[in-house]
Design a binder for this molecule. Sequence first.
Ligand SMILES: [Zn+2]
Length: 303
Amino acid sequence: MTRPIARFITALAALAAGATPLTAAAQQIALTFDDLPSHSALPKGETRVGVAARVIAALDEADAPPSYGFINGGSVVADPESGRVLELWRAAGHPLGNHTWTHMRLDDGDRGPFKAEIALNEPLLAAVMGEADWRWFRYPYLYEGATAEARADVRGFLSGRGYRVASVTLSFDDYAWNEPYARCADKGDAEAIERLEASFLASARASLIQARARSKAALGRDIPYVLLMHIGAFDARILPRLLDQYRRDGATFLTLEQAQADPFYAGDTQTPLATDQLGLPSFAGEPQGSVIPADLDRMCRPG
Ligand SMILES: [Zn+2]
């Protein structure tokens, strides 16, 4: 390379570096999936393994980085075949974390069973994850307890066992489309499925716009968002289009560890229900700007 060209390249690089604060405004999203190995209803003919394989293929196609799947070990006992989902997830290079044994909702009064369910999930996580880090916890229903005492108690239990809490700062109730989809698929109602797809993608876009607006209002910037998804049949079907939409809207994907390395997550960010109930300041969590069709629960029902 001749000197003038080298200088030109250096100048270009400096320009690019100077431009970084502007381009860094582009939003980053960590993809996370709850309820492995099985979530919600399956259309006839579909399997848990098939759903997981399609989610993994979509992540691969989008060049998504390793993405956490949060597991309920009890589902594997109930349906041993679904255990293959966890193996596929790992084989594709994605990590697993803890979501309690049976997706238990925390009881504010007696918190012992909740802690026991966290511990019960651990041998399976350790077996599937080996040396990799599985000490990330996602609260079922994002419910952390109604009182500061309950919250602090379980938080203390988790940190004592080496866990970090996986936040949710981007969500649009993705799970709500899975049951209607199973009904509409069984019915062979292609027009209804098209409506489900369109409303899902619109909801995802609206929630991102709203999360960004709240982030900018609260902090003056975009935080890296942690997106809550579920391992459902409709999630699997729509995921390639969802990831493509995020990309076209300017998002890039990063890992949960990378996202939660942002100083925002060093604070106690809360999950949404706790935030609402304790009146703590946070913009995180609750489905934002979601445009769930009003007739979602009625779609494709017989009669
Ligand atoms: Zn869940």
